[in-house]
Design a protein around this ligand. Structure first.
Ligand code: SF4
Length: 353
């Protein structure tokens, strides 16, 4: 059984019942960042389209995903086309583009074929490398074969999150399995596309040591299928089960030292391993006991250049006694408390559960 129904229902209860009023013709956001989609670092455009949302929301959501905060059931192909115009006009001289929706770009219910075709026609001749993301159920040979006709090299991204089905079921509520990922990954490879695998570092109910082991194992298992594997440390999004636990002090975000360990350990597994943390060194993102801008920058630079030598030197020369003590303390607890937050809550006499 790939779904833990009780867990899925608890997540569903936290999702808002009503949708925010929003401009249907504007993407959720567009920005530029560095990535290495063509095998070297370069400026890449990132766009998140506003859609009707992930098909998984009809049942529940993943425990860390707050994309449902940005969806609208009123979005039609005409709205998507106007959003596409905005993205296309923003490209200017940028040649690589990453597309996200609040779900799956390849889901024809969420992103109708008519809008998909319009998108490809609009960016053709401008974009030289494209990344699109999708759940595995939409990555079938028949659904992706014709994308080649547009002549743009494509990397398809899958949010595997973890290669461990128990973690996917009981910590993430992904509604998928490693076997489904493998099937989709084989279709991607067979049809001649590249594959990016997204992993989630430190989902709920895992100690940090166990989460590190899960990431290393997941990179190893997904490497044979992947052009690159992106390790995404948890960040706290609104109205999610992760936010709910975190606010009570029952979840501690992962530490940058742990991410460095994962990258150093898995860099030679035969795929490119990258990590560009969202919200690093901030309250809602990955952070050590104290902020460490140097470490975050070395993780970022090592990923971008695929050269982790400086990160390794920094890691080896640092005093990490406090870090290992925190992990050891967490390892003997059933939950992964954020001690500072937990103490502040209990001292305010708040109810914990
Ligand atoms: S599959 Fe993706 S978009 Fe859908 S709920 Fe999970 S993380 Fe969010």
């Amino acid at each position: 059984m790939m779904i833990n129904r009780e867990f899925a229902s608890s997540i569903k209860r936290l999702m808002p019942n009503s949708q925010r009023k929003t401009d249907l013709d504007r993407p959720v956001s567009i920005w530029r960042e560095k990535d290495r989609l063509r095998g070297y670092p370069e400026t890449t455009m990132v766009a998140i389209f506003k859609t009707t949302g992930c098909s998984w929301y009809r049942f529940s959501s993943c425990s860390m995903c707050g994309y449902f905060n940005d969806v609208s059931s009123e979005i039609r192909s005409e709205n998507l086309k106007r959003q596409i115009d905005i993205v296309s006009d923003s490209l200017e001289d940028v040649k690589t583009l990453k597309i996200f929706t609040s779900g799956s770009f390849l889901d024809p219910q969420e992103f109708p074929i008519e809008a998909r075709d319009y998108f490809f026609r609009k960016i053709s001749g401008k974009v030289e490398k494209l990344l699109v993301e999708s759940r595995t159920e939409y990555i079938t040979e028949s659904n992706i074969a014709y994308l080649k006709d547009f002549g743009i090299p494509i990397r398809i991204a899958i949010g595997l999150e973890s290669a461990n089905d128990q973690i996917m079921r009981n910590s993430i509520n992904k509604g998928s399995t490693f076997a489904k990922y493998v099937k989709a990954a084989e279709a991607v490879r067979k049809m001649g596309y590249e594959l990016r695998t997204y992993l989630l570092f430190k989902p709920l109910f895992l100690s940090e040591e166990d989460a590190i082991a899960d990431m290393i194992d997941s990179v190893r298992k997904s490497a044979p299928y992947s052009t690159d594997v992106s390790v995404n440390p948890m960040n706290i999004q609104k109205n999610t089960m992760v936010e709910y636990q975190w606010k009570k002090g029952l979840y501690r975000l992962p530490r940058l030292w742990s991410l460095a360990r994962i990258l150093l350990e898995s860099k030679d597994f035969g795929t490119q391993v990258v990590s560009y943390p969202t919200g690093g060194n901030k309250e809602r993102g990955i952070h050590n006991e104290s902020p460490d801008p140097n470490l975050l920058q070395l993780i970022y630079d090592g990923s971008l250049n695929q050269d982790f030598k400086e990160l390794e030197d920094y890691y080896k020369s640092a005093d990490k006694k406090e870090y290992f003590a925190s992990l050891a303390a967490e390892q003997i607890n059933l939950s992964q408390p954020d001690f500072e937050r937990l103490i502040s809550r209990t001292s305010n006499a708040s109810v914990l559960i």
